[in-house]
Each structure stands twice: as C-alpha cells, then as structure tokens.
Write a protein that binds this ligand. Structure first.
Ligand code: GDP
Length: 195
C-alpha cells in the first residue's frame, strides 16, 4: 500500500477516548525496545511519527494513527520493561484487555518479536492472551538485517515453535533497516481489512 497520509489522532487511556467510526484497526504490540516504533515508522515512511513512549513514569496510552484516512494503527505501550511497578503493570494489563476485548473493528494484532532470539516469556504470554480471545495475529519478526540470510529460516522456525504458532496466523520476516518484509506486511494487512 502506498501511504499518502499518516497522523496521530489521539493518545487514549479509556474507551470513551477511542476514535469514533468503524475504520479497520490494527494494534501493534511488543516488548520494549524490540523495534516497534521503527516498524511503524518504516511502514508509514516516516522518520519519527511513532516514538518509544513506553518507559516507566510516562503515561501509558494507546496511540491511534490514522493512515490514508482508511485504517488505524494502534500503538500499544511496550511490555517486559523490568522496572515497571506492579500497579503500573496491572494498569497496562487492564487497558490492553479492555481494548482487545471491546474493540469490534480490531482486525488483527501485529506482534513484534526479535528474529534473533527465541520469543521471551512475555512474548509468549501476549500471544497466548491474544489467542485466548481469538484475535488474529500477524507476527513480525524484525531486525532480520542483524542475522545472515542463510539463517533466516532457522530463526523463523524457532520463533514459531516457541510461540506455538497457530498456522492460521501470519508471520513476516522484517527489517526496519532494509525494508525487508514491508510489502508483505502491507498485503497481509490489506487482506485483513475486509474480513
Ligand atoms: P521500541 O521500543 O519497540 O519502539 O523500539 P525502537 O523502534 O525504538 O528500536 C529499538 C532499537 O532497535 C533502536 O536502536 C533501533 O534503531 C533498533 N532497531 C529497530 N528495528 C531495527 C531493525 O530492523 N534493524 C536494526 N538493525 N535495528 C533496529
């Protein structure tokens, strides 16, 4: 898809703040520092539209980006940050759960993982959580440029095995450095838009 416009619409903490209307939405989740902001910026051809905003102490918000006036990306705060308090963690969980379980136009969640390493326990927990609610997942295995091409398939296999990947879901090998996987990610998103 050719992105001609992309803008942040709102940083929401509660459902009353979610944008009105019924445009298809795609949420983006991943542990802190996995490369989620870089993924969003690469997909939207922007340098710094999405920023790492998941550090403790900052307000945890769902950031809604409208793209070409036809769909939304919803940036979910990163998880797995060691220094987050129990209270903050619980608030994060509640916010995500409310969004995931109540948002009818949510078409799929893009779960960003690091291709170089097996998914973490938190990644697995997030995947299980999404599967529990029957949410389609598009796994984005990013930072592919950091390992040799000859090892990509081996690493993809480890990602799938560790997550106990559902064969109905999609997985995309990605690099925000080279743009590898960008066209594939967009075609999968487009296929989900009308589902
Ligand atoms: P976030 O916390 O998940 O939003 O992560 P960022 O997008 O801020 O990325 C964390 C770090 O990983 C930054 O230093 C990025 O430059 C780097 N990074 C992200 N994606 C890639 C990638 O595809 N390839 C490489 N080589 N580095 C990446």
């Amino acid at each position: 898809m050719k992105v001609t416009s992309a803008d942040i619409v709102i940083s929401a903490v509660r459902p009353s703040q979610y944008p009105e209307g019924a445009l298809p939405e795609f949420a983006l989740a991943g542990r802190s520092n996995v490369g989620k902001s870089s993924f969003i910026n690469k997909m939207l051809n922007r340098k710094a539209l999405a920023r790492t905003s998941s550090k403790p102490g900052k307000t945890q918000t769902l950031n809604f980006f409208i793209i070409n006036e036809i769909l939304y990306f919803v940036d979910v705060p990163g998880y797995g940050y060691a220094k987050v308090s129990k209270t903050e963690r619980a608030a994060w969980g509640k916010m995500i759960e409310t969004y995931i379980t109540s948002r009818e136009q949510l078409k799929a969640v893009l779960l960003i993982v690091d291709l170089r390493h097996p998914p973490s326990a938190d990644d697995k927990m997030m995947y299980d959580f999404l599967k529990h609610y029957h949410i389609p997942v598009i796994v984005i295995a990013t930072k592919a440029d950091k390992i040799p091409k000859s090892k990509w398939q081996k690493h993809l296999k480890i990602v799938k095995e560790t997550l106990e990947f559902d064969p109905d879901d999609a997985i995309v090998l990605f690099s925000s450095e080279t743009g590898e996987g960008k066209d594939k990610a967009w075609s999968i998103i487009q296929a989900y838009m009308n589902k």
